[in-house]
Design a protein around this ligand. Structure first.
Ligand code: HEC
Ligand code: HEC
Ligand code: HEC
Ligand code: HEC
Length: 204
């Protein structure tokens, strides 16, 4: 092959690549102007918020939840949880391992359908993130900046919306610690393991 035909072949190859990506879904989106309107950022709302699980399950095997109001009334005098026949230790299954906090650090002692902040201000269970932020300011700051808690969707909000997780999507409020992960073997290298130096699988 002469040098000329080799160059021509190379040029032909390069010009073939010139028509954008093979996978059209990975192509760059159209230009957006700097003053384009911003899309929404939505924080996921866990459906478990303010619902006590029961051992009863639905047809799909999910635990059926009961709202706090069912027993903790809006009118405490009429509520079952305030009646003399109530079982004293009803929520025994709640496994609390969160510093040295107790139930009343977070749940209001008068109105069980609400949380409360350190200054006594009541908070809907829906607003649990404000409660977490009170004591974990550093993580909440990181969360707002996007370096804690993850996200899905677009970095550039001019192009599309973004979804964020709620603190309690990842940290159970009663047992927030991540369990330690058991270290496992590194991934197996198929190529190295067939050689003499690295005996094939089953060797370890
Ligand atoms: C099926 C009825 C029932 C439901 C539903 C229920 N509770 Fe209770 N709860 C009770 C009873 C009974 C007690 C024990 C009596 C008491 O301390 O008032 C109790 C006690 C508590 C206590 C005090 C525990 C302690 O040891 O001091 C907290 C906190 C509490 N409930 C929170 C909640 C929250 C939050 C919800 C909703 C997510 C809820 N409960 C839903 C029946 C219920
Ligand atoms: C760090 C704050 C905090 C403490 C301490 C705490 N809770 Fe909660 N609890 C929450 C938040 C926030 C929710 C709502 C989140 C959810 O339902 O997923 C919740 C949900 C619940 C629920 C409904 C969900 C479930 O697990 O059944 C019950 C019942 C409950 N708490 C009872 C208690 C009891 C009883 C104690 C004490 C033993 C306690 N909590 C201690 C913050 C707390
Ligand atoms: C009243 C203060 C207070 C509130 C409210 C609170 N925490 Fe905590 N949290 C603590 C304390 C104290 C510790 C224990 C720190 C330690 O042991 O080093 C802790 C520990 C943690 C840890 C680390 C656990 C570990 O051992 O790795 C996580 C995660 C956490 N909290 C998440 C949350 C979330 C999510 C909420 C909201 C539902 C919340 N916290 C609400 C005080 C609070
Ligand atoms: C996508 C899941 C996710 C979400 C959402 C999330 N966290 Fe975390 N968080 C983690 C992981 C993973 C760790 C590190 C655990 C470890 O190192 O053992 C962590 C650690 C923490 C710790 C322990 C201290 C530390 O930095 O290691 C606190 C406190 C905490 N998170 C609070 C929060 C609060 C408050 C929110 C909501 C504003 C939140 N987290 C949202 C996953 C999450």
């Amino acid at each position: 092959m002469t040098r000329l035909t080799a160059t021509a072949a190379l040029l032909a190859m390069l010009s073939g690549c010139d028509h954008g990506f093979r996978d059209p879904s990975r192509e760059f989106g159209p230009e957006v102007s700097d003053d384009a309107p911003m899309h929404r950022v939505e924080i996921h709302h866990p459906t478990t918020l303010g619902v006590a699980d029961t051992p009863v399950t639905d047809a799909a095997g999910r635990p059926i939840g009961v709202a706090c109001e069912t027993c903790h009334g809006p009118t405490p005098d009429l509520s079952w949880a305030a009646s003399p026949e109530r079982p004293e230790s009803f929520h025994e299954a709640v496994d609390l391992r969160h510093g040295t906090l107790n139930c009343n650090t977070c749940h209001d002692s008068e109105d069980r359908t609400q949380l409360h902040l350190a200054d006594g201000a009541l908070l809907d269970i829906e607003d649990a993130m404000t409660l977490c932020a009170q004591c974990h300011g550093v993580q909440f700051r990181d969360y707002r900046r996007g370096s804690h808690g993850g996200m899905n969707g677009y970095w550039d909000l001019r192009r599309g919306p973004r979804d964020r997780n709620h603190c309690v999507d990842c940290h159970a409020p009663h047992t927030p610690a991540y369990e330690p992960v058991l270290p496992v073997h590194p991934p197996r290298d198929r190529y190295l393991e067939t050689t003499e130096a690295h005996p094939a699988e089953g060797g370890h």
